[in-house]
Design a protein around this ligand. Sequence first.
Ligand code: GCU
Length: 447
Amino acid sequence: MHRCALLFIGLGIAIRPALAQRPDSAMWLALRRATQEDYQRMLRRLGIDSLRAGPSPAEANTDESKVPPYTLPDPLRFADGSLVTTAQQWWEKRRPEILEDFDREVYGRIPPNVPPVQWEVVQVLREKRDTFPVVIKKLKGRVDNTRCPSLQLSLELTLSLPTTAQAPVPVILHFGFAWPPWMQRPAAEKATLTEWQRLILMRGWGFAELIPTSYQPDYGAGLTEGIIGLTSCGQSRKPDDWGALRAWAWGASRAMDYFETDPDVDATRIAIEGLSRYGKAALVAMAYDQRFAIGFIGSSGAGGAKLLRRRFGEQIENLASAAEYHWFAGNFLKYAGPLTPNDLPVDAHMLIALVAPRPIFIGTGSPEVEGHWVDARGMFLAAVHAEAVYRLLGKTGLGTDVMPPVGILLDQGEIAFRMHEDGHTNDPNWPYFLEFASRYFQHKPAR
Ligand code: GCU
């Protein structure tokens, strides 16, 4: 699906206006009410009466000269103030410390009792897509619900591989869109390849689409459903329990578990890609699961690659609103009142640093076309400040702190950055990402 024309409504769900069907308003209203109840319950649990309101996209600051100064936490300084000077200290102490901060304050913890997922190939199709002979495996990851039989769920994954491959191939895992329950699905779109899928097959690689909302709904009322609800058996969350971003990333890791078992796939060469909220989820997956070899993080903005301390575009107060709070741990709400983003023990540069030394491509659109909500500079600066960790681990990150103009690719080190000329879509950046990935994927590592 082309994402240029996505429109953001109500509960924070994206729909495409031309294809949008009439919403089932009764269902939508009920979900909105249940979301409000869950949101208020979490605020009470945190002892918070009210939060600061975030700006609308029209009111948000878009003037560089009005960004107040801020100080970022140092990824290479321990909580006790001493410096990290060796890679060993990073891996053994500082990295776990940062992960703990993200777990507790930002994305939430995965409970220890998450049930196992059993993958099943439900259909195998051998077809020609355009000129490419492909094998398409439709998979379901059934989640063991013995502990909570009232909730049933499975992860939806579709894997497409070139049939011409002589050896296991790299796969690009994409977070895909599915219609929310209160919208009628439009008639099925024709089974043609998108341009990026064609480019992947041309390289002899495969691609997979994981539907995040098949296992975690994208609204607050859904926190008692999906994998989060299954593990709590329908109870509301504790303040440090996982939110939807962590859950979506968990699903990507389960897809990775499947790839490790499929002899047609080279699980050492898996990339993960996402746009917008799924760009955030792809970055979280990269940070937490080191099996992902490379990431393509598109227009991820606040809660993704953008520095939360920067007062420009979308703000923490927006993320903490009833439309988006479910992406995060409950504890994250505190930073929209009484605390501020400056009180966070981490910021987005540290999330990128968790990816080090693996390669990552941070992309976005042209601010003129996409708008300033995602804060392209905020993402660029986060990448700049992740560099110290890449260097400690013997790599370079961006290798510069000068932001390139629209259309100019930075790819000298392990962090690539590019603003394309279009809007809220990854499409124009795909060829650049695939070229970047080919640097790492062309030599097949020994298994
Ligand atoms: C909204 C939201 C963003 C998010 C985007 C999307 O614009 O404010 O944080 O990335 O929706 O996922 O489409």
